[in-house]
Design a protein around this ligand. Structure first.
Ligand code: G3D
Ligand code: MG
Length: 314
């Protein structure tokens, strides 16, 4: 049994609006080859009792036992997500970390946060202080990371309509400040729970770009169908990914803009009609330039991630 979920169209690259042209027309679906496999670590963050464990339990459809969290502070559960794209299938092993939400468990929390690539930050719609604490306590824990972390913000317990104490505007402006996609969810009814996890999966695999409809299986492996993403879309992602790199204060954004310009000029790219082959050159130019201000392993990882995006259109 399938039901249709809309994965929303991001506004995130509106700051690069001048790079946009008409979206590319969809390519015909090709027979699926061997799925490409990825493994990513994500974490749920938020105050105690906002519903982190319940959200995970709902998503993985199992009796997620949180006694490990109360004893050792964290627990990890794996869920395999399947994405069908016009370029074939992707399998994503999402390693979901649940942690103790009590402030002060710094060591445990920081262990769970090492190497994390995505986060669902959760507040409780009935308690405004849980939203404030995202900004005060939880988001700062992620901002020290060298690479950008995909961020989804969940306002949970949407079913408790009467007790709701946070308005939409507060949610929207918080999400906008941190470039996060935002959903109101209910771990009780399941509202938006799958959508949010799949959205995070899509961002981890393909960047925070424009994606299409998703079909999520109720049982077994879930499937998401996406519109093919065009070269412009991938260019968008590469640009924003490069700009989001934390250069340790060594490269101010003006420097970054000129590096970017140089990488594009060297490749001879036409931004109105970027060709995948020239984009490939841009990606390798950027890696060479990043080598001057980023650690080697980050440069390699950036290269691998951006090549992954190119894979979809090559
Ligand atoms: P945490 O892991 O963030 O600490 P939990 O939070 O998942 O343990 O949830 C804390 C309490 O909130 C639980 O109640 C849980 O059932 C409830 N809860 C979680 N999500 C929702 C939701 O979306 N709606 C409603 N109505 N309740 C929710 P108990 O009473 O079991 O402690
Ligand atoms: Mg918990």
């Amino acid at each position: 049994m399938y039901h249709i979920l809309m994965v929303d169209i991001d506004e995130y690259l509106s700051k690069f609006e001048h790079f946009r042209a008409d979206p590319p027309s969809p390519k015909p679906t090709q027979p699926a080859n061997k799925p490409k496999k990825y493994k990513k670590k994500v974490v749920l963050l938020g105050d105690g009792a906002v519903g982190k464990t319940s959200l995970i339990r709902k998503f993985v459809h199992d009796s997620f036992d949180d006694k490990y969290i109360t004893t050792i502070g964290s627990k990890v559960v794996k869920k395999e997500l399947r994405f069908e794209t016009p370029k074939g299938a992707y399998l994503l092993d999402l390693m979901v970390w649940d942690i103790i939400g009590q402030h002060g468990y710094r060591t445990v929390q920081n262990m769970a946060l090492a190497d994390v690539e995505g986060a669902l930050i959760v507040c409780d719609l009935t308690r405004p202080e849980t939203l404030e604490n995202l900004e005060k306590y939880w988001i700062p824990k992620l901002s020290g990371k060298r690479r950008p972390v995909a961020l989804i913000m969940l306002a949970n317990k949407a079913d408790l309509v009467e007790q709701r104490a946070i308005d939409d505007q507060a949610l929207i402006s918080m999400a906008a400040r941190y470039n996060a996609v935002q959903y109101t969810t209910s771990a009780k009814t399941g509202d938006n729970v799958d959508t949010a996890f799949f959205k995070l999966g899509i961002q981890l695999l393909f960047g925070p770009g424009k994606m299409g409809r998703a079909r999520v299986g109720k049982d077994g492996v879930a499937t998401v169908e996406m519109e093919p993403s065009g070269a412009i879309n991938v260019t968008d992602r590469i640009i924003s990914d490069f700009l989001a790199q934390d250069a340790g204060g060594q490269a101010i954004s003006e420097d970054k803009m000129s590096i970017l310009r140089e990488a594009f000029v060297m490749a001879g790219i036409d931004l109105n009609d970027p060709k995948p082959s020239t984009l490939k050159e841009v990606v390798s130019n950027l890696a060479q330039m990043e080598a001057y201000f980023l650690p080697k392993e980050i440069v390699q990882e950036n290269l691998r991630r951006r090549k992954g995006w190119l894979d979809i259109i090559l």
